[in-house]
Design a binder for this molecule. Structure first.
Ligand code: GTP
Length: 630
């Protein structure tokens, strides 16, 4: 394919604005069979628009690009997928490479990675909802990369659609001429042809010289049981063919290319990949760790300068992962390593806990990311795992006469006791974010309360719509500690705004904070897996909440068990689990009052002894319950 007939684009949008539906619709675009074609197209007999997806198959598997089971169940896109399609326009056959992107804030990293292989982006906005928090962040992301942006207003088949008002909103927010907006319904297919035309007319063809040395940008990888690692690449220069010998700039390892092809949307082998093309290569790469996202591949013996890599994903939320059955550790580790191959944004290291045994510490981009990862682990690898409470990475500055030393702590067990002067903690810094919330005006007060109660600062707001009409939307901004949003902030935001608020955030560095470590003691013994890091202003409340919960979950013992929350040596909350009284007098019949008393006295004495021993009998299930509710 000559590069002037290629267009690389992506669809960017707020969650649920219809990206996957539009991607499906585009893949149905009229396709043709070339007699000597190298493409093994699955020709769609009954399709309205194309041949890339078979309609019948589509019925079974609603959104083809949303391949993962968890994506289908939750109706969200998690992992960006790539697909190519051929479209005939003005007598030419164009190769359109679509790179689908995920919608949730946690996956912003995947979005920016996909954009690196594109020259343009469709900015999809739901015409019933208008611009939402994430429409703004994805727009800026694409604009920074110099991509041509085509605004597309979706869902105009719905009676509530207000395409003209939303087009004005697009103008006031992004400075884009309303005449550039294309109105479509991804559901019915209305207007989709116009989108294709705009992709060809407005998005520039990729540049790249066929005679230049081979330069391929590795932007994603997947794992195939039989062929090993499959790398997705974008060819920046030169031609890549089956049989070529290639090498990696990063690892300097050499490989023989055994297959090249395009994603159509499944893998379809081709004879070569040319400049501007996006496709896959199989080259007997065995280990996932060999495929570095952002790496440059070149012809062996023909070194090139490596392209600037990608911004590395930064883990914002950490949690421990343990197998329910501790004998399954190695199996769990293997499954997780496999999964990470398809999700490079997860950080991994080993850790162990006295209560839970050997486990792994994983770093995720956010809590949804963590949830999705767990579900994928269960669905795809059949692993039964426990995930401990999420923590954000804190910076702990220690100081003594020889100077200051900063440590990143993402595990409550390693968090120092700041009340202990021998620990020499100078200060604690916590990660904060710049948050933006878009919400109808009437919810402004509730949203402000919510932010204040989560330690929000620098609150500000402005109107999004040009006119201050009754249904005006407001964009609110503030800074929030990251730890406040990793738990239940998002759920509260949705419920207090009747589902209307949208939320996005970006990293805003670290700030000094008064965080303390809270430990829980059962029968006066600390339980390491239950430790938490909390803000000093919340210690009483959190402590009380937790001892109450534990009181409910832990089964009663034969002796009294104190359940305490402590900060340093100070107990901030306490509940007492009363003793279970076995009926030792059950076998005695009336009249033997003294014998009964004697039995009860004996029972009391033996209980006292057990308490002295101080062991509590905690079934595994109760322990898991505690961790889960955490
Ligand atoms: P994420 O990938 O999770 O970000 O979502 P998405 O943007 O891909 O949204 P998706 O395509 O899953 O669409 C969300 C919902 O909107 C689905 O229920 C679609 O059926 C519906 N939808 C999409 N486009 C249209 C449209 O043009 N009209 C109507 N009425 N509904 C639509």
């Amino acid at each position: 394919y000559p590069s002037d007939l290629i267009r690389n684009f992506s669809i960017i949008a707020h969650i649920d604005h219809g990206k996957s539906t539009l991607a499906d619709r585009l893949l149905e675009v009229r396709c043709f069979r070339r007699p000597h074609s190298v493409w093994k197209l699955r020709i769609d007999v009954g399709a309205k628009l194309t041949g890339t997806i078979d309609k019948r198959q589509k019925g079974l598997n609603k959104q083809v690009l949303d391949k993962l089971k968890v994506e289908r169940e939750r109706g969200i896109t998690v992992k960006a997928q790539t697909a190519s399609m051929i479209h005939k326009f003005a007598g030419h056959h164009y190769l359109l490479n679509l790179i689908d992107t995920p919608g949730h804030v946690d996956f912003a990293w995947e979005v920016s990675r996909s954009l690196a292989a594109c020259q343009g982006a469709l900015l999809l906005v739901d015409a019933t909802q208008g611009i939402q928090a994430q429409s703004i962040s994805v727009f800026h992301n694409a604009r920074e990369r110099g991509l041509k942006i085509i605004p597309v207003l979706n869902k105009i088949d719905l009676p509530a659609a207000q395409p003209d008002i939303i087009a004005a909103q697009v103008q006031s927010t992004f400075g884009i001429d309303p005449a550039e907006c294309i109105q479509i319904s991804a559901k019915t297919g209305m207007g989709v042809e116009k989108v294709l035309q705009a992709i060809i007319d407005r998005i520039p063809a990729p540049s790249g010289d066929e005679s230049a040395p081979l330069k391929a940008l590795l932007f994603d990888s997947l794992y195939d049981k039989y062929r090993g690692v499959i790398s997705l690449v974008s060819i920046q220069g030169g031609v890549l063919k089956k049989g070529d010998k290639i090498a990696s700039c990063h690892t300097r390892k050499k490989y023989d290319v055994v297959e090249v092809g395009i994603m159509h949307p499944e893998e379809v082998p081709t004879t070569s990949l040319r400049p501007g093309q996006v496709g896959y290569i199989a080259c007997n790469m065995k280990e996932s760790s060999e495929a570095h996202v952002g790496d440059t591949l070149h012809r062996a013996g023909e070194p090139v300068e490596s392209m600037p890599g990608f911004k590395l994903a930064k883990a914002m939320v950490y949690a421990g992962v343990y197998p329910v059955d501790s004998n399954d550790f190695l199996k769990m580790e293997e499954s997780i390593k496999r999964l990470i191959l398809t999700d490079r944004s997860v950080e991994i290291s080993r850790e162990s806990s006295t209560a839970l045994g050997q486990g792994l510490r994983l770093g995720f981009l956010g809590t949804l990311h963590m949830d999705v990862f767990r579900q994928r682990l269960e669905d795809e690898h059949d692993a039964n795992v426990i995930i401990t409470a999420p923590t954000v990475p804190y910076k702990v500055v220690y100081g003594d006469r020889s100077g200051n030393r900063t440590e990143i702590v993402s595990n409550p067990t390693n968090f120092p006791d700041i009340t202990d002067s021998t620990a020499r903690v100078k200060e604690i810094l916590e990660p904060i974010v710049n948050a933006s919330i878009i919400v109808p005006e009437e919810y402004l007060g509730d949203m402000m309360d919510l932010c204040f109660s989560h330690r929000g600062e620098n609150l500000d707001h402005r109107y999004l719509d040009v006119t201050g009409s009754a249904s005006s939307r407001i964009m609110m901004t503030c800074t929030l500690p990251l730890t406040e949003i990793v738990t239940d902030f998002y759920d509260k935001l949705k419920s207090r705004s009747s589902g209307f608020a949208s939320f996005d955030y970006e990293d805003a560095g670290y700030q000094k904070s008064n965080m303390v470590k809270m430990t829980f003691l059962l029968n006066n013994k600390p339980v390491d897996a239950l430790a938490l890091i909390v803000h000093r202003s919340n210690e009483q409340e959190v402590g009380r909440q937790w001892v109450k919960k534990l009181h409910k979950i832990i089964p009663r013992q034969l002796f009294e068990v104190p359940i305490q929350a402590a900060v340093g040596r100070r107990i901030v909350a306490r509940e007492t689990l009363s003793a279970l009284r076995a009926d030792v007098t059950a076998g005695l019949y009336g009249g033997h009052y003294e014998r009964k008393l004697k039995h009860l006295e004996n029972q009391k004495e033996s209980k006292r002894q057990m308490k002295r021993v101080g062991s509590i009998d905690l079934p595994q299930e109760a322990f898991l319950d505690m961790l889960r509710t955490k």
